[in-house]
Design a protein around this ligand. Structure first.
Ligand code: 5AD
Ligand code: SF4
Length: 448
């Protein structure tokens, strides 16, 4: 398998937005090298899984997919199978032993080597690339992007926080910020191509700039990106509450393109659990930040992650989490059941909350959040909002769906011609998670 040319590559992504962006980069590098990218796994000569290790369930899905390929690989030894991303870094060589159908294993900090590995690595020589623990600040910058109006932009890689439950520092390495100049250059290039929205990505964007020779923080980066002509919306994710500061809230308030939306994972409402999680903030401390943010931007959209069933989570700890949700009233929340991730520190604690309790707590929180989300959405009825239309609604052929600035989904009557446009709507109704908007006199704010 040494030639590329007409080789067809299928890439499937598991996990977070950083992985989505990595897959897009890999796809771009391979396109630049004359590979064909296919959506059809059956037609592929090379199958790449860009994997996630955040929970056991994420890994199980990849393993299921690898198992399905076993007979196909036996029948066609020329088929090349690659495991990329977080699972590759976490399990390394073991993947070749357990799943001999796998040819290439490449960790997240080594993805720039993929084109070379696909040429050099012969089928009979398994290739393991997990050596780089830290992602190089600079890499190839293929032009290819998945979309036409909204793009992910990496601003930093890795994480230094070591929350006790989390695999990320072990698989994505130490924190590295990309230089501000490089990021702004990329955003300008996107604006020139007609992109309207950028989502700045990092594991903890609030510590952007730390350890750089040129002193710069997230607020200053936002200011620079805000100046890029053509870009109309700026989002960023994900934030660690311990580092979320007034300078960021001020940037969100003062820079017109920065959307009024913050994803601020609380994980638990119990100080005992937060301490065991090594989160480095207390519930009171977290709420003070939310109060400050809401006093500066009253209509800010807030979402969170909650991790239930962490070792030693008792009923009273869970009650604290319920209380937190009821007090803070997020617009939306992602709820996850704890799973131990060796070598992360909490894997040394006994996973003592039984699965059925995790399930019960999960369902209870989902029900509470559904009511809160519905109530928050009802508050928006009668208001005017701007919606960036993303595509067709899943519910109706005649409706399109997009997001208002606070990140809530909103459906609007219309057709494909609205995709990528920002339209002004009046909110006329809502379901628990989706607003209904009416176009205001077909008045486009942009996109002509
Ligand atoms: N088990 C379950 N959920 C986890 N998360 C991180 N690590 C684990 C784990 N070991 C959740 C956290 C994080 C989100 C991306 O995934 O809530 O914010
Ligand atoms: Fe999954 Fe975390 Fe890796 Fe993203 S960084 S793919 S969430 S393990």
């Amino acid at each position: 398998m040494n030639s590329k040319g007409s080789k067809k590559v299928y890439i499937r992504t598991f996990g977070c937005q950083m992985n989505e962006r990595d897959s897009e980069l890999i796809s771009g590098m391979l396109r630049d090298d004359d590979y064909d990218i296919t959506e059809d796994i059956e037609k592929a000569d090379i199958i790449l899984f860009n994997t996630c290790s955040v929970r056991q369930h994420a890994e199980d899905r990849v393993i299921g997919n690898l198992q399905k390929l076993k007979t196909r690989k036996k029948k066609n030894p020329d088929l090349k199978i690659g495991v990329l991303g977080c699972m590759a870094q976490r399990h390394g060589e073991m993947l070749f032993k357990e799943y001999p159908q796998v040819d290439v294993v490449v960790g997240p900090s080594n993805i720039y080597d993929i084109p070379k590995l696909l040429i050099d690595g012969k089928t009979e020589e398994k290739t393991l690339a997990v050596k780089n623990k830290k992602r190089p600040k600079k890499g190839p910058t293929p032009e290819y992007r998945n979309g036409t109006f909204s793009a992910f932009v990496n601003i930093m890689y890795g994480c230094n926080n070591y929350c006790s439950y989390c695999i990320v520092p072990y698989v994505r390495g130490r924190e590295v910020s990309r230089p501000k100049k490089e990021i702004v250059k990329e955003v300008k290039m996107l604006a020139d191509k007609g992109f309207k929205e950028v989502m700045l990505l990092g594991q903890n964007v609030n510590s952007y700039g730390k350890g750089q020779t040129q002193k710069v923080n997230l607020a200053e980066l936002l200011e620079a990106v805000n100046r890029v002509k053509g870009i109309e919306r700026i989002r960023f994710t994900t934030s660690n509450p311990k580092d979320a500061e007034k300078s960021l809230f001020r940037a969100m308030r003062d820079f017109d393109k920065v959307c009024e939306y913050l994803h601020l994972p609380i994980q638990s409402g119990s100080n005992k659990i937060l301490d065991l999680m090594n989160r480095k903030y207390s519930y009171e401390n977290y709420v003070r930040k939310i109060d400050l943010l809401r006093s500066m931007i009253p209509d800010v959209g807030l979402s969170t992650d909650i991790l239930i069933g962490f070792p030693s989570e008792k009923e009273r700890d869970f009650k604290d989490t319920i209380k937190a949700m009821e007090e803070i009233k997020y617009n939306s929340a992602f709820i996850f059941k704890y799973s131990p991730r060796p070598p992360a520190m909490s894997s040394f604690l006994v996973d003592d909350v039984p699965e059925y309790i995790k399930k019960e707590r999960n369902t209870e929180l989902l029900n509470i959040q559904k009511k809160i989300s519905h109530a928050k959405n009802k508050e928006l009825i009668g208001t005017e909002q701007e919606v960036l239309i993303e595509g067709k609604s899943r519910m109706s052929e005649k409706e399109m769906v997009g997001r208002i600035r606070n990140n809530t989904s909103c459906v609007v009557k219309g057709d494909d011609s609205l995709i990528g446009k920002i339209v002004k709507v009046k909110i006329v109704g809502t379901s628990p998670f989706t607003l209904k908007g009416e176009l205001e006199a077909d008045l486009f704010l942009s996109g002509e």
